[in-house]
Design a protein around this ligand. Structure first.
Ligand SMILES: CC(C)(COP(=O)(O)OP(=O)(O)OC[C@H]1O[C@@H](n2cnc3c(N)ncnc32)[C@H](O)[C@@H]1OP(=O)(O)O)[C@@H](O)C(=O)NCCC(=O)NCCS
Length: 164
């Protein structure tokens, strides 16, 4: 597996798996009808210290991570990140590799900590993965997410220092 900075030319491959993930509405608190234009601009068009990387597996873009300041101004030393892995490549360690790469990149770019604001409690794979990478759940927002199948479910706010 190779993890590298994303390029504009990666977008069609990213959107091919990002679109069904967003439309499913089960893991991302984005509108299910988010436009490609908005998603592209949010995901790819980053200025430092924000960044976006892709994981390549079998010569294809298998997943991606974007990192950005969690807050503007006086909260901008804490990073936030978003992850998406192509379902065709799930369970092959892409998410773990991207999670580790994001921690390394955020630290290298000078962030103090990483915070995840919206890890849906039914997304057990993600909850388990982030805990195994050293994140603690600070709180679970009760009924914070409207899951299309499970109804109102909790949303984890997770945190990890980058400088240990
Ligand atoms: C969450 C996501 C990024 C994980 O990516 P992935 O490539 O499937 O993850 P990995 O293959 O690295 O597996 C991660 C862990 O999940 C666990 N896992 C795998 N399949 C699982 C399952 N069906 N249920 C619960 N846990 C599972 C494994 O234990 C693995 O841990 P290990 O490395 O100790 O074996 C990916 O599923 C995804 O893109 N989901 C949709 C978008 C999303 O949820 N983004 C994150 C929002 S917080």
């Amino acid at each position: 597996m190779r993890i590298r900075d994303a390029e504009a030319a990666d977008w069609p491959a990213i959107w091919a798996f990002a679109r069904p993930i967003i439309e499913a509405g089960e893991t991302y608190p984005w509108p299910r009808d988010t436009s490609e234009e908005w998603a592209r601009s949010f995901w790819i068009e980053k200025e430092p210290p924000a960044s976006v990387q892709v994981a390549e597996l079998d010569g294809r873009v298998a997943g991606t991570v974007e990192i950005h300041p969690n807050q503007p101004g006086q909260g901008s030393h804490v990073a936030n990140a978003g992850f998406m892995v192509d379902p065709a490549f799930r369970g092959r360690g892409v998410g773990r590799a991207l999670g580790e790469a994001a921690l390394a990149r955020a630290a290298a770019d000078g962030f103090h900590a990483m915070q995840y604001n919206a890890v849906v409690e039914t997304n057990e794979r993600a909850v388990k993965l982030w805990h195994s990478l050293g994140f603690e759940t600070l709180a679970v927002v009760p009924d914070g997410f409207r899951h299309p199948v499970h109804g109102l479910v909790g949303m984890h706010i997770m945190y990890r220092l980058l400088k240990l």
